[in-house]
Design a protein around this ligand. Structure first.
Ligand code: BGC
Length: 758
């Protein structure tokens, strides 16, 4: 991948995309209201129009009471309807009726590899939003998981744009089919939390178009998303909330988005630039889009037609979404059984089994003693993470789930093992405080370890419930590393000495370093931040009531430094000589000038995220660069085995408008029912342009009972194999021979077939 092309983006992004050659195929259902809207706008004063373009309260923007147009009421999202707060503050109102269902978080949903479950999930979220009288849900959150440490990795879906797109579309349709608008966030390139409010992303256009934008594009073109939230960061030097290229050119003109864009909270930075570039609502203030906008219109800096257009886009959504009358909202408790059932279904299909030497499912014949060790066994994962915290009606913890399922079948003993309250975030402390806390921590750890070892020594099997929690993984801060927190690596080593029968369960939403825990565990699972029903789902998997069937939505690297943005010194920013660009500049100029420029670049670096790994994100990097991984993207075991055979395509050669139809047979060759997730990757054999070694282009989750065979059909439109031609400013075909790689993960290819694109 060329590094130079990333530099070009500054120039490219500055050029208006005149003569854009990608045809717009999407026609939004929102356009049907335009005539009616003309009538409404013609009756509105300028004050009434401007009044709609900024917040009324923290989670409301104004309608026009005089004309019977209701306010827009927003709700966080993305995995549970947020509690009711004071209109202009963050303090909860202390209601009982606002207790919501906590749905599994983003990476858990993605681990199901099921657009159908994503649809149910959206349905569940929308039903609860309706009960609360909301209009627009602030979700789904769908940025690509670029760095394993990203604070919102657990909220986001996947490192892969195709998987993210399919799930984001399912979620979007599920929400909007149930009468609530989505607000797809955060548009775009919010891939880190450190410096998120100041960082400028410098990215090559191909990577932006092929990796980071496709999930957003899919929610518009396939899901007809009604709302978007602009991200906090800058792209190519321009804030996302006033980014003409992003909002007007790509989102509206190119993709055909007809709805409204709201800023992330506090993410608006200008008046004229924002309203002209396509921002509809400044949230949660009116610093730029209130009086300043009125003045700008009066001074002739903003044409009233632009204000009319922004109002029109809001009204389209307002007319499409039926407002819930205030006296009908909040009549019953938000969390209802139908939604709790969806939360269970998603959770039960999200759990990823990474390793199993036969210790699972748990043997219960002789009423074993099971030592459940770990603070995460009782840790509530619904709250934390700022906007994404859920005040849930209930959350079944792993310990509760196990106790319920194993009652009378096993003796359960619990030991906390480590102090989960500890996070890896920094706070300034005095040297005395540091010393005192270190002493207390050591003492506490000794006591907890002793209790854990006593429990382990008595047990037939140890369930080590490890992983992160919602203060370790959170919006606003990235993790400084991916090591298991709270001394968990040291603890498992000690446990293994007294009892080697360890099953480790990681309750994390993002990758962890597994070097220590993997060899010491006879079985290893990820059970995520898995919602209200997480503990029940986990117990069902551990006991074999159901077979695990989640697949990794991201790569688990051997170590953090192997992952692309780290390997290239692109993250964290602001390190001396951190970036390839600093060196690149200096190679071409005389020494003094080069030194000055280098220093300038380094200074700027603290707030500049260079994406010089370009399209090599996640498995695309590990595969192309041949870097060994701990567990590959798409990986996950079950309690059975599958056989793949008879791979066929309907043709040998395909034209640009054709669809490649692939068939194969998959057989469950084991003794229990389970779902297989069949994945198709495309490798280019003799391409004209550079490509990652392989890319996911189709997948299907297939339920199979013991012994059952199914013929599976998967399809890949040749158009979906296009690349973004920077010179032409359009999608283009790379007609070459390709190899279809069919398998159970990016690292487990079982069948291959070559075809030609002509
Ligand atoms: C987050 C958004 C969230 C908003 C409102 C922001 O800090 O980035 O995702 O919707 O707050 O809570």
């Amino acid at each position: 991948m060329s590094k130079i092309s990333s530099i070009l983006v500054f120039a490219i992004l500055a050029i208006p995309l005149a003569g854009f050659s990608s045809e717009k195929t999407h026609r939004s259902a929102l356009l049907q209201y335009d005539q009616q809207i003309d009538g409404i706008i013609s009756q509105m004063t300028l004050e009434e129009k401007v009044n709609m373009l900024h917040a009324k309260h923290m989670f409301t923007s104004a309608g026009i009471e005089r004309l019977g147009i209701a306010d827009m009421i927003y709700a966080d999202g993305p995995f549970g309807i947020r509690e009711e707060m004071q209109p202009d503050g963050w303090a909860g109102l202390g209601w009982d009726t606002d207790k919501a269902t906590f749905f599994p978080t983003g990476s858990a949903l993605a681990a199901t590899w099921s657009p159908e479950l994503a649809y149910s999930y959206g349905t569940g979220m929308a039903r609860e939003a309706k009960l609360r009288g909301k209009d627009m849900l602030l979700g789904p959150a769908i940025n690509i998981q670029r760095i394993p440490t990203g604070g919102r990795t657990y909220e986001y879906l996947s490192e892969d744009p195709f998987l993210s797109s399919k799930l984001a579309v399912g979620y979007t349709k599920g929400v909007q089919d149930n009468g609530i608008a989505v607000c797809v966030k955060h548009f775009a390139l919010n891939n880190q939390e450190n410096n998120r409010g100041t960082v400028n992303v410098v990215i090559g256009e191909r990577a932006m178009r092929e990796i980071y934008l496709p999930p957003f594009r899919a929610t518009v073109e396939e899901g007809d998303a009604y709302g978007f939230m602009s991200a906090y960061n800058k792209i190519g030097g321009k804030w996302c909330a006033e980014n003409e290229m992003l909002l007007n050119k790509i989102l509206r003109q190119e993709w055909g988005f007809a709805g409204m864009v709201i800023s992330d909270w506090g993410g608006t930075h200008s008046t004229v630039g924002s309203v002209k570039s396509g921002l509809n609502v400044e949230m949660p203030d009116k610093k730029f889009m209130g009086k300043a906008l009125m003045d700008s219109v009066k001074a002739g800096l903003v044409a009233e037609d632009i204000v009319n257009q922004r109002v029109r886009e809001i009204l389209r959504v307002r007319l499409a979404i039926k407002a819930v009358p205030e006296n009908e909202a909040n009549k019953q408790i938000t969390s209802q059984p139908a939604q709790q059932k969806i939360a269970y279904e998603v959770a039960s299909k999200s759990i990823v089994l990474l390793k199993n030497d036969g210790i699972l499912p748990l043997q219960l014949k002789n009423k074993p003693v099971i030592a459940v060790i770990g603070a995460n066994a009782t840790q509530i994962m619904a709250s934390g993470g700022l906007g994404a915290g859920v005040k849930t009606l209930y959350e079944v913890t792993p310990l509760e789930g196990l106790k319920k399922k194993l009652e009378g079948k096993a003796e359960i003993i619990f030991a906390k093992g480590y102090d989960g309250a500890e996070s890896n975030r920094f706070r300034r402390r005095t040297p005395e405080e540091i010393e005192k806390q270190a002493q207390e921590k050591k003492l506490n750890a000794e006591i907890l370890t002793k209790e854990a070892l006593e429990a382990a020594a008595k047990a037939t099997v140890v369930l080590f419930i490890a992983g992160d929690n919602r203060s370790v993984e959170t919006e606003g801060t990235d993790r400084k590393d991916i090591f298991l927190p709270s001394g968990q690596d040291e603890l498992i080593q000690k446990i293994a000495q007294v009892n080697p029968n360890i099953v480790t369960v990681l309750t994390s939403g993002a990758p962890n370093d597994l070097k220590n825990v993997n060899p010491l565990s006879k079985a290893l699972l990820i059970s995520w931040f898995n919602g209200s029903e997480g503990g029940n789902a986990l117990a069902d998997v551990l006991t074999g009531n159901i077979s695990p069937s989640g697949r990794l939505p991201f790569t688990l690297p051997v170590k953090l430094e192997d992952s692309p943005a780290y390997a290239l010194g692109n993250y964290p920013q602001g390190k001396k000589n951190a970036d390839v660009f600093a060196n690149l500049v200096s190679e071409t100029e005389d020494a003094a000038k080069a030194q000055a420029k280098k220093e300038e670049v380094q200074k700027a670096d603290a707030n500049t995220a260079y994406y010089s790994e370009e399209s090599l994100v996640g498995y695309r990097w590990f595969d192309t660069k041949n870097v060994q991984v701990m567990y590959p993207f798409g990986y996950g075991l079950t309690y059975t085995t599958f056989d793949y055979s008879n791979l066929k395509t309907d043709q040998k050669e395909y034209g640009v408008n054709d669809v490649i139809t692939i068939t194969l047979k998959v057989k469950n060759t084991g003794k229990v029912a389970a779902d297989e997730v069949v994945q198709v990757y495309v490798h280019r054999i003799n391409p004209r342009v550079e490509w990652p070694q392989k890319e996911l282009k189709s997948f299907s989750r297939v339920p199979l009972v013991a012994g059952e065979s199914k013929n599976i059909t998967l399809q890949i439109p040749v158009k979906s194999l296009q690349y973004w031609n920077v010179t032409k400013q359009a999608w283009d075909d790379d007609l070459c021979n390709i190899e279809l790689l069919v398998g159970a993960s990016a690292g487990t290819i079982k069948l291959k077939k070559k075809v030609a694109l002509k």
